[in-house]
Ligand binder design. Structure first.
Ligand code: NAI
Ligand code: MG
Length: 352
C-alpha cells in the first residue's frame, strides 16, 4: 500500500473552494485503486491567519511541513486586508525558497471543449521548466540619489549550478515526452548572463544525444507561442522569461482558471509544492463558480511527481472529457458550479 501524506493549505478566497473538491477527486482515485491512499492534513495558514496572529504561518511552520510527501496549496492573498507582498513573502515564497523548490513547471495544452483565443490552436501540448530560485528575481541591487540623479540597479544572478539544474530537469522531462527541448535566451541583448546561459545549454545538451534542441530569443519565442505553439515540447527558461511565457501559455489555453503548476524540490530533501497558477480571485469568491480544473490538474501533477503517471494521465483525460461534454464553469463559457464540475469528474472516474 502506497501511503502519501499531504499537507493541505487551501489559503484564501477561492483556494478554500477549489482545494476541497480537488481532494475529493484524489480520494475518489484512491478508492478506485486499492494500492493507494492519501492522508490529508489541513493547515489554516492564510491572510485570515495573519489577521488573527500577525503572521502568515507559525514560526515553526516549515518544520511542520518538511516531513510531508508534498504540499498541496490553493491560493494566497486578500489584498483588501493584507498587502500582497506580505502574504506572498510570508508564506509562498518562504516555502519555495526554504524548501529549495528550484524548478517551477507549468504545462499548457490544447484542451478539448475549451475555446482558445487562437484562431487555429492546432493541438499544442507544451511544458515550461522555469528556473525558480535565482536569475532576474534577485534582491541584489539598490537605489542611490534622488530626483534627477536617481539611479536604480537591479542585478540578475545566474549560477552554473542553478542553470544546469533547470536544464537537466528539462532534458530529463523531454525524455518522457516527445524528446525536444527549446531554450529561451536573449544573448543578443543581454551580454553576460545570456551567453552564459547558451554555453551551459550546449554543455548539458551533450549528455542527451537523443534529444532534439532549439534556441530562440525570448521575443521571437513569445510570438511563436501565439502563432505556432504546436512546435514546442519542453521549454527551459530563466525565472523572468519563464514567468512571462507561462502567462501566455495560460492565455492560449483559454482561461487562467485551468492552468496548473508545480514547484519541484529536486534533491529530495524537502517536499515539493503543488499550486495552480491562478490567485485567490476575491472578485468571485463565495459564489461557488470558481473553476476547479486548475487545482485538479495540479493534483494530476502531484500524482505524476509520485510516479503515478498512468493515474495522472487518466485523470486529465477525464477532466477533458467532462469539459468537452459542456460541464464547465462560467469563465470558460459554461453554467456549472465548482462542485458540479468536480462531481462530474468523480462520477466519470468511477465509470472507467
Ligand atoms: P487571480 O488569479 O486571483 O484573478 C485574476 C482573474 O482571473 C480574476 O478575474 C478571477 O476571477 C479570475 N480567476 C482566477 N482563477 C479563477 C478560477 N479558478 N476560476 C474562474 N476565474 C478565475 O489574480 P489577481 O486578481 O491578480 O490576484 C488576487 C489575489 O491572489 C492577490 O492577493 C494576489 O496576490 C493573489 N495571487 C496569489 C497567487 C498564488 O497564491 N499563487 C498567484 C496570483 C495571485
Ligand atoms: Mg506570473
Amino acid at each position: 500500500m502506497k501511503n502519501y501524506e499531504i499537507a493541505v493549505l487551501p489559503g484564501d478566497g477561492i483556494g478554500k473552494e477549489v482545494v476541497p473538491v480537488a481532494l475529493k477527486v484524489l480520494d475518489t482515485i484512491a478508492d478506485l485503486h486499492g494500492g493507494l491512499k492519501f492522508k490529508f492534513k489541513d493547515f489554516p495558514w492564510s491572510c485570515d491567519y495573519y489577521l488573527e496572529h500577525g503572521k502568515m504561518m507559525p514560526d515553526d511552520g516549515l518544520n511542520i511541513l518538511k516531513d510531508f510527501h508534498a504540499v498541496f496549496l490553493g491560493a494566497v492573498g486578500n489584498p483588501a486586508h493584507v498587502p500582497d507582498h506580505v502574504s506572498l513573502w510570508g508564506l509562498l515564497i518562504k516555502i519555495r525558497r526554504e524548501f529549495q523548490q528550484s524548478i517551477n513547471i507549468r504545462p499548457a495544452k490544447f484542451f478539448k471543449g475549451l475555446k482558445s483565443p487562437l484562431v487555429n490552436p492546432n493541438d499544442f501540448d507544451l511544458i515550461v521548466v522555469r528556473e525558480n530560485s535565482e536569475g532576474e528575481y534577485s534582491e541584489a541591487g539598490g537605489r542611490i540619489h534622488q530626483g534627477e540623479d536617481e539611479i536604480a540597479v537591479q542585478n540578475a544572478i545566474f549560477t552554473r549550478k542553478g542553470t544546469e539544474r533547470a536544464m537537466r530537469y528539462a532534458f530529463e522531462l523531454a525524455k518522457q515526452r516527445r524528446g525536444h527541448v527549446t531554450s529561451a535566451t536573449k544573448s543578443n541583448g543581454i551580454v553576460h548572463s545570456m551567453p552564459f546561459w547558451d554555453e551551459v545549454f550546449k554543455e548539458v545538451k551533450k549528455n542527451y544525444p537523443d534529444i532534439q534542441t532549439a534556441s530562440y530569443h525570448i521575443d521571437a519565442l513569445s510570438a511563436f507561442f501565439v502563432t505556432r505553439p504546436q512546435i514546442f515540447d519542453v521549454i527551459v527558461a530563466s525565472n523572468l522569461f519563464g514567468d512571462i511565457l507561462t502567462d501566455i501559455g495560460g492565455a492560449i489555453m483559454g482561461s487562467i482558471g485551468i492552468a496548473p503548476a508545480a514547484n519541484i524540490n529536486i534533491n529530495g530533501k524537502y517536499p515539493s509544492m503543488f499550486e495552480p497558477v491562478h490567485g485567490s480571485a476575491p472578485d468571485i469568491y463565495g459564489k461557488g463558480i470558481a473553476n476547479p480544473i486548475g487545482q485538479i490538474w495540479t493534483a494530476k501533477m502531484m500524482l505524476d511527481h509520485f510516479g503515478e503517471r498512468e493515474l495522472g494521465k487518466q485523470l486529465l483525460n477525464v477532466v477533458e472529457d467532462v469539459t468537452n461534454d459542456g460541464i464547465k464553469t462560467c469563465d470558460i463559457g459554461g453554467t456549472s458550479s465548482t462542485v458540479e464540475v468536480a462531481d462530474a469528474i468523480c462520477s466519470r472516474l468511477k465509470e472507467i
